[in-house]
Design a protein around this ligand. Structure first.
Ligand code: SF4
Length: 368
C-alpha cells in the first residue's frame, strides 16, 4: 500500500467532543500528506446499512467506509450526517473524516451469515469511497473482495480517480458478480468545478478514469449531477459535457438538478453569495423558504433541453437506484421507463417489470 512504511503522523491526545460518543474510536491522526485533515479511526460494529425505502424494492443495502468527505462539494447532501457526531456540516464534514478501519473484516462476517440474501449493495451513496483517505487506508480492495467472494452484486459511485487502482480487482469481481460503476462528473468548467468541489479531481481526470474503466472492459455510467441552475444548465455547457462524456466511452448518463435540503442550503448559499452574488436572487426564487427541490416546471424544461443533446451524442439515459440514490444495479434487471424508449432502453435486455425510475419517485435525491 502506498502509505506503508511512512512515519506515523501526529496522534491526537483528545478526540473532538462529539467523537467521544464513539466508544469504538481507536485514535485520531493527522498526516503531513493530508494537510488540514484529521482522520478518526474507529472500529465499526457493522458494515452493511439497511436503507429503508419507499420504493417497491423491499431491501437496499449500502456500505460507507468513511464518514465525512474531503472532496468537499458545497452541495453535498450528506453534510448533516456529521452533526450526529457534534461536528459541523461545513468545514468539519470536509476535514474531520471518520474511518472504519475494520470495515472489510466486519463485512466479510456479515456476508457469511446464512441469512444474507445477496441483495445488491451500493457504495458511494453517502460519502465517497474513493475520497483521498482511501489512498492512505485502502479499505476498498477488502470490501470488493468480500463482496465478490460472497457472491454479492454491487455498485460504486465516485468522483475519485483512485478507483483506477482497483480496476484489476473490479474486473475479477465482475466475472463472479454484477458490478456497476458510476463516475460523478457534474461540472465541466474547471474554475467552477474547483470552486464548487474543491477537493475533487478535475473533470478531465475523472473522464480519463471513465476511459480506463471502459478499456478494462467494464461498463461505466456518468452521473451529470447536480446540474446547477443558471450556472451549468446552458446548452453550451451541457453539449460540451455530453460530447466529452461520449468521447470517454461512458455507457449511459444520469442527470438531476441541484437538491438543497435543509442543512445544506445555508452552506451552499454562503458559497453562492461569495462566488456568484449575481445569482443569489434567482436561487432564492427557485428554492424558496424550506423548499429543497427546483420547481417541476424547471426540471421538465431541463429534461427537454437535455434529451435532444443525449440523442445528438448517441448517449442513453441510465437509471439511478431510488432506494440509495446510487447506480441502479443491473443485477436487479431494471428497465428504465422513460418517455423515449428508443433512446433509453438498455441494449440487449429483455423488458421486465421494473421499479419506478428515479425520476418518477418524488423527492428522491441523488447524492452526486
Ligand atoms: S457529494 Fe460525494 S464526493 Fe462530494 S463531498 Fe459529498 S460525498 Fe464527497
Amino acid at each position: 500500500m502506498r502509505w506503508n512504511g511512512q512515519r506515523l503522523d501526529t496522534e491526537s491526545t483528545s478526540a473532538l467532543p462529539g467523537l467521544a460518543q464513539l466508544s469504538s474510536l481507536v485514535r485520531s491522526v493527522k498526516s503531513p500528506e493530508f494537510a488540514g485533515i484529521t482522520f478518526h479511526e474507529v472500529l465499526a460494529k457493522s458494515a452493511l446499512n439497511h436503507v429503508p425505502t419507499q420504493s417497491t424494492m423491499p431491501f437496499s443495502y449500502t456500505i460507507n467506509p468513511y464518514r465525512g468527505c474531503s472532496h468537499a462539494c458545497v452541495y453535498c447532501f450528506a453534510r448533516p450526517t456529521h452533526t450526529y457526531l457534534d461536528l459541523d456540516s461545513g468545514l468539519d464534514f470536509d476535514s474531520q473524516i471518520v474511518v472504519k478501519v475494520n470495515v472489510a473484516e466486519v463485512l466479510a462476517k456479515e456476508l457469511a451469515k446464512p441469512s444474507w440474501a445477496h441483495h445488491p449493495v451500493a457504495l458511494g451513496t453517502n460519502t465517497d469511497p474513493y475520497q483521498r483517505a482511501e489512498g492512505r487506508y485502502a479499505l476498498m480492495p477488502g470490501i470488493i473482495e468480500a463482496l465478490a467472494d460472497s457472491g454479492t452484486p454491487f455498485s460504486i459511485l465516485t468522483k475519485g480517480t483512485l478507483l483506477r487502482r482497483d480496476l484489476p480487482l473490479l474486473v475479477e469481481a465482475s466475472k463472479r458478480v454484477k458490478v456497476d460503476i458510476g463516475m460523478s462528473i457534474a461540472i465541466y468548467d474547471d474554475d467552477l468545478q474547483q470552486s464548487v468541489e474543491p477537493g475533487t479531481p478535475t473533470a478531465k481526470a475523472r473522464l480519463a478514469t471513465v476511459r480506463a474503466v471502459r478499456d478494462a472492459g467494464l461498463e461505466c455510467s456518468v452521473f451529470l449531477m447536480p446540474i446547477l441552475p443558471y450556472l451549468t444548465d446552458t446548452t453550451t455547457h451541457l453539449d460540451d459535457a455530453l460530447a466529452r462524456v461520449k468521447e470517454a466511452g461512458a455507457t449511459s448518463v444520469l442527470h438531476s438538478v441541484l437538491y438543497l435540503k435543509p442543512g445544506i442550503k445555508p452552506w451552499f448559499m454562503q458559497w453562492l453569495e461569495r462566488e456568484h452574488p449575481e445569482q443569489v436572487e434567482s436561487y432564492r426564487a427557485m428554492y424558496p423558504g424550506s423548499s429543497s427541490y427546483a420547481p417541476k416546471e424547471y426540471r421538465a424544461w431541463l429534461g427537454r433541453r437535455i434529451r435532444p443533446l443525449l440523442a445528438k451524442h448517441g448517449l442513453r439515459q441510465g437509471v439511478a437506484d431510488p432506494a440509495t440514490g446510487g447506480v441502479a444495479s443491473s443485477a436487479l434487471g431494471l428497465l428504465p421507463q422513460m418517455d423515449d424508449q428508443r433512446l433509453f432502453t438498455p441494449v440487449g435486455r429483455a423488458p421486465r417489470p421494473a421499479r419506478p425510475p428515479v425520476n418518477a419517485v418524488p423527492g428522491s435525491p441523488t447524492l452526486f
